[in-house]
Design a protein around this ligand. Sequence first.
Ligand code: BV8
Length: 230
Amino acid sequence: MQKIVVLTGAGISAESGLKTFRDSGGLWEGHDVTQVATPEAWARDRTLVLEFYNQRRKQALEVKPNPGHLALAELESKFEVSIVTQNIDALHEKAGSSKVLHLHGEISKVRSTEDPNLVYELDGWELKEGDKCDKGSQLRPHIVWFGEAVPMMEPAIQEVMSADIFIVAGTSLVVYPAASLIDFVRSEAPKFIVDPKIPEVTVGNNFYLYEEPASTGLPKIKDQLIQEYL
Ligand code: BV8
């Protein structure tokens, strides 16, 4: 069975109603995301960071997958499909994708500030000051902040290197090391990208370009793959 590996970003969740980083000019309620999603912000203003993620968690719990997520889930009936997402929402899982690697963490999870191996599913949307792990330390979002290492990068590279077919959907390829994953695709693997604003770095890099939203582009790619690669 041919293996498809898909790298997704905030753009695939845009039509489900979740703002992308670039859309809002990288701002949330006037705050620069790269200044709020950091260990320094957590040390300086924990309440602001808790509120930032509580608001996004509340939203993420309410939204539904769109035809882009669903097309990727449907491909599992004909191909082995492995999703590497930069997103912290659970829309791929809600759409039915069974193999999802979250490079930057998951909004529904929280972890101990004392022992990073103590990870919990948060019940509901709100994580509060004083919510503690079993060892008595404050819980934090189980998210990779800017300036923090990306522990899932090695497994993600292995996935991309094993791809027979590679798809990029809804990412500006600005954030590293995630963006460097496109350099690990085998030269013989066909590459597809779907984005209304195709990132510069992929132009002339022999990607099949689908300059349109994921909700229409991914169903088209799905049909093309079934026609040409089965
Ligand atoms: C690290 C969790 C070292 C948080 C995230 C200068 C140059 C280069 C790199 C750096 C630099 N300065 C610092 C760095 C490193 C930094 C980085 O890359 N910064 C960027 C801002 C330049 N990276 C890091 O800090 C990483 N860590 O380097 O650590 C280290 C090593 C060892 C030991 C210690 C330390 C950690 C990065 C992870 C940060 N966390 N997420 C949270 O979400 O709150 S990243 C966050 O931003 C998201 O997860 C996502 O990954 C990223 C946003 O990217 P996209 O998903 O691509 O979203 P974006 O809005 O940019 O693009 C959307 C795309 O969709 C667009 O192309 C748009 O056209 C398209 N679109 C819109 N609508 C649709 C659509 N597509 C399809 N359909 C549609 N309908």
